[in-house]
Structures are given as structure tokens and as C-alpha cells.
Write a protein that binds this ligand. Structure first.
Ligand code: GDP
Length: 177
């Protein structure tokens, strides 16, 4: 993708939301740069990364936004949601509370975002299977009830990360094109 003449057909803004420490930043690092770092970031403030991919022979630039710590202060602003066509609602499958908070995050999202936004529920840290605190069925049931896509991922082991982003971006493409 080094071609600076590359024509971009679509830019899709996707926001990551969920409690602090569920792995949002690492999911983004894995997807955009194929990196993972064990040290958590200290920066505060909205940040995004982009990745260009091809869907149905069209060039799509995914602009993925990370709260970068704002959620700790419940200060995710409406600017964060503005223009978003997709959202990933992330919980840590080893932390029941982070899953129980999904309803609240969903409410906040639906209050701020476009009504056609595509939403995917993500249970991250599936590499920590022995510490699982959220059964897959619970999350599946919630996702079905709320009409969300659902996937379990590991940013650490790269499990389903590409698939999750590709699925949401393809669905956005299907709706928008
Ligand atoms: P954020 O606050 O939601 O952005 O969470 P971070 O991406 O900063 O991750 C919080 C902590 O969880 C860090 O110590 C990460 O290394 C760790 N972490 C993130 N994703 C995974 C994962 O898939 N598996 C495991 N085992 N740890 C993870």
C-alpha cells in the first residue's frame, strides 16, 4: 500500500468503546500494525489509526478510533462518536463487570451515534480461557437481543482480530454501497 496515488473509494470511521483495560488499544495495535505491547499506554486523548483494505474490489480506508483512556473519567465526548459508521463494544471475558457494563455503553452509543451504525460486541482476551468469567452463550444471547455482531478475540494471540474488523467493515460496506 505504498502507492501515494492510490484511490480511496470509502473512509469508514469505527469507534472502540468499553471499560478501561479490556484491550481496546491492543486490538487496534494488532489490527493496524500487527503489534502487541504488554505495557499499557499512558496517553490521554482521542487517537485513531488507519488501515487500508480492499473489499469487493473497492479501496476502503478504515479509520479506527481509540478512546485512549477517556473512558476512565466517563468523558467520552460526542465528538468521538460523530461520523462513526461502526462501533466495537469491547469487554474483557475474564472480567464479568466489563461485560455487565456493555448495556450502558450501548445506551451511550445509541444516544450519540447514527441510527444505522453497525455494532459488534467483542469478548477480548480469549487466550485466558481458564479465567473466563463470561460464558460465550451469555454474550451471544445479549448480541442477538440487541442485534449486534459478536466475536471472541485475543489481541495477544491475534485470534479473530482481522476477522472481527473485516466483518464489521464488510457489513458497513454492504449497507453504504
Ligand atoms: P484499553 O484500556 O481498553 O485500551 O486496554 P489495553 O489495550 O491498554 O489493554 C489493557 C491490558 O490488557 C494490557 O496490560 C494489555 O497488555 C492486556 N491485554 C490486551 N489485550 C489482551 C489479550 O488479548 N490477551 C491478554 N492476555 N491480555 C491483553
Amino acid at each position: 500500500y505504498g502507492d501515494y496515488n492510490q484511490k480511496i473509494d470509502y473512509v469508514f470511521k469505527v469507534v472502540l468503546i468499553g471499560d478501561s483495560a479490556v484491550g481496546k488499544t491492543q486490538l487496534l495495535a494488532r489490527f493496524s500494525r500487527n503489534e502487541f505491547s504488554v505495557d499499557s499506554k499512558a496517553t490521554i486523548g482521542v487517537e485513531f489509526q488507519t488501515k487500508t483494505l480492499v473489499i469487493d474490489q473497492k479501496t476502503v480506508k478504515a479509520q479506527i478510533w481509540d478512546t485512549a483512556g477517556q473512558e476512565r473519567y466517563r468523558a467520552v465526548t460526542s465528538a468521538y462518536y460523530r461520523g462513526a459508521v461502526g462501533a466495537m463494544l469491547v469487554y474483557d471475558m475474564t472480567k464479568r463487570q466489563s461485560f455487565d457494563h456493555m448495556a450502558r455503553w450501548l445506551e451511550e452509543l445509541r444516544g450519540h451515534a447514527d441510527k444505522n451504525i453497525v455494532i459488534m460486541l467483542i469478548g477480548n482476551k480469549c487466550d485466558l480461557g481458564s479465567l473466563r468469567a463470561v460464558p460465550t452463550e451469555d454474550a451471544q444471547e445479549f448480541a442477538e437481543r440487541e442485534n449486534l455482531f459478536f466475536m471472541e478475540t485475543s489481541a495477544l494471540e491475534s485470534t479473530n482480530v482481522e476477522t472481527a474488523f473485516f466483518t464489521i467493515l464488510t457489513e458497513i460496506y454492504r449497507i453504504i454501497s
